[in-house]
Ligand binder design. Structure first.
Ligand code: SF4
Length: 422
């Protein structure tokens, strides 16, 4: 019943984690109605641990299920007719189609591509985690989302899309841009090339020989955009969206249900999940934004884009994961509260054990669970000098020592943690 290694957990194929089974869900369209997300929150309380997460890629996770309760959850969710994404993951960004700053609407292209992939029977021949990003160039950055194939709207030649394979906007291999009319066939050809390398091949594995007919290009430079889903965003119908991040991506079922009720009361029809562990509510006027932001702040959501918790990626940890040596998110909250200056321009990864779930790319600091407490290490810690574990209560002091010594010469550069999804 649980997913094989390398697969993505779904409603019907949950994944085994340290706190039981986990399902990962995405809306079939751009978002869910408040009542639909509320049903999922109630189901998480009834069948799981009552904790839900929004991941770094903007998917919803329900944790703490057993095989029996996961089956009951699936029945419950299907009975509620909640629209769920199936097939190839095509990410278009949380403001797709409504963003006032968007260069091109990625939704029609995403629809056409999904149909073409299904018609070609391609999904079954691709690695389960294969994903496409179609970035219309709106206010919220998709640059840190890893994709096998990525299309980014060309700001200079409207209607054209930059094409790249295997990575984030910075690391993917750029290819010649295509006109919108050719975009679907181009992505299909690239997916065929990936599939030809085997069932578990990915975009990053493509070699020159696989890309005959595709012209390599120098990377294009995207304009700077918001990297955290916190704040207000103007929409193309003169209304606004307001966006919140969940502390460490986590929320309990009652709090999420209360948020859904507040959104319904605001008159908004949709809640979108945002990469960077956020929730976006579009379709509001100024007064409704202010009212909802006050309620979200009272519920404990992050409403300030300078909140130091935004640069901490923490795995589930104790008490949610049996493998954890300490309470990762409690430690993250303590460091953010007591020493925000240590996090300025830095990213911190806190992992309850050596498995390193939720690891962001190139963290500046790592706290890793180990026998006897936790290891406080520079960078991702893999090449750090051996050190002794400290008790979790001593971790903050150890972070201070590290910042005063090994990290003192580094010039902090503001970055956003985009951890691996779990
Ligand atoms: S890294 Fe965290 S969530 Fe992953 S197994 Fe270890 S304690 Fe559990």
């Amino acid at each position: 019943m649980s997913t094989p290694r390398g697969a993505c957990p779904t409603l019907h194929e949950p994944m085994l984690t340290g706190d039981g089974l986990l399902v990962r869900l995405s809306p079939a369209g751009t978002g869910w109605r408040p009542a639909e997300l509320s049903v999922l929150a109630e189901a998480a309380a009834r069948f799981g641990s009552g904790m839900l997460e929004v991941t770094s890629r903007g998917n919803l996770q329900i944790r703490g299920l057993t095989s029996d309760s996961a089956a009951e959850l699936a029945v419950d969710v299907e009975a509620a007719s909640i629209p769920l994404r199936t097939g190839l993951a095509i990410d278009t960004g949380p403001l797709a189609g409504i963003d006032a700053d968007e260069i091109a609407d990625p939704l029609p292209l995403a629809r056409d591509l999904k149909q073409a992939v299904e018609a070609a029977g391609l999904f079954a021949r691709l690695a389960p985690k294969t994903s496409i990003v179609i970035d219309g160039g709106g206010a919220l950055s998709m640059d840190d989302i890893i994709a096998d194939v990525r299309l980014t709207a060309d700001s200079e030649r409207r209607g054209d899309w930059h094409v790249a394979v295997g990575g984030t906007a910075r690391t993917a291999r750029p290819l010649e841009s295509v006109a919108e009319a050719d975009a679907v066939s181009t992505v299909l050809a690239l997916l065929e090339a990936i599939a030809a390398n085997g069932k578990y091949a990915r975009g990053r594995d493509l070699r020159d020989a696989d890309l005959v007919g595709f012209v390599p290009k120098t990377p294009f430079v995207a304009t700077a955009r918001a990297s955290t889903p916190v704040g207000r965003f103007p929409l193309n119908d003169a209304r606004l969206a307001t966006s919140f991040a969940l502390p460490f991506g986590q929320v309990d079922a009652d709090t999420l249900a209360a948020f859904c009720a507040a959104v319904a009361e605001s008159g908004a029809a949709e809640i979108r999940l945002a990469p960077g562990r956020g929730l976006i509510v579009p379709g509001l006027d100024m007064a409704a934004c202010s009212a909802l932001e006050s309620k979200a702040a009272a519920l404990g959501f992050i409403t300030d884009s300078d909140d130091p918790r935004l640069v901490i990626a923490a795995c589930a940890g104790a008490p949610f994961c049996a493998s954890a040596h300490f309470a990762t998110r409690a430690l993250g909250a303590e460091i953010a509260r007591a020493a925000p200056e240590l996090l300025a321009g830095r990213t911190l990864h806190i992992s309850g054990c050596a498995k390193r779930c939720a690891e962001p790319p190139a963290p500046d600091l790592t706290i890793l669970g180990a026998d006897g407490g936790c290891l406080v290490l520079p960078g991702d810690g893999r090449t750090a000098r051996p050190t002794n574990p400290v008790a979790p209560e001593e971790a903050l002091a150890a972070v201070r020592r590290l910042a005063d010594t090994e990290l003192a010469h580094e010039e902090p550069a503001a970055r956003n943690p985009q951890p691996a999804e779990i």
